[in-house]
Ligand binder design. Sequence first.
Ligand code: PDD
Length: 301
Amino acid sequence: MSIPPGKILACVNGVIGPAEHATVSVLDRGHVFGDGIYEVVRVDKGRLHGMDRHWRRLDRSLRALQMPAVDLNLLRSQVEATLAASGHTDATIYLQVTRGTAPRAHAFPADTPANTLILVQHFPDDKAHLREKGAGVITHPDLRWARCDIKSINLLGSVLAAEAAKRAGCVEAVLIREDGVVTECAHSSLFAVVDGVLRTHPLDPRILPGITREIVLELAADLGIPCRQKALRSDELRGVDELFLTSTTSRVLPLVELDGKPVGNGKPGPVTCSLRDAFTAWEKADALKTPSSNALNAGEL
Ligand code: PDD
């Protein structure tokens, strides 16, 4: 099976088929309570980037929410089979696990297996020009819950912020808590450069432990860029020299405008550019280490 670029291929509890015909029960707890977790993985020329890190984070989210046991090896083979069946080489994989299907009651249902969903979608890299010239962001209140370190499918705080950014013609929203702490973006991690020092919020329940963030911090250490994992306050944000975001889909994206005003001199800064380029080099090296999934056969399921 190979699907046209505009089509999405789904795998629901191990069954592969076109997303438009795939169904889940209305009693799925993800649907009723948002009781589930997810990952987004990027596929580049048939290779899944940072997959081991994504699996570790998925496992952590499952444990943090005491989700039913999931056979991660089986899920992994289903991911590879769905990707192979899609025929896509440049894609995103959305992977979701919910607490299964049960009559609606808040507390966990007994003896209910998890429901799994895999979506494979063609993903053209449409941000390459923005990684060169930079993009704009707005600030927005951080309306999310107290466990942003878990990659839960409850995303209303992020959805509202992302919509506000879109309406402002910006790529993202920088989230600011009521106490003035700058956390991250609606669907990306946030970095700043202040007096030559790389700054980002420390890992705690207020932010997602971003995989691109983790790699960028490793690259910064390799490059000898001093780094401080200490949250910025909203008043400091206005005066930073450089700003950039990181995510699986955007990679390292310079931010040159904040609420309509230039960041630094309004151009991608030198530290940002060196990390952006180091990340591109890291991806190339990672691709050489990762086998392409194209050879896999959907019949393996
Ligand atoms: N977003 N912070 C938040 C709140 C996120 O939702 C994401 C990812 C990130 C970046 O994490 P990573 O580098 O692991 O992609 C940070 C995904 C892509 C999404 O929700 O679509």
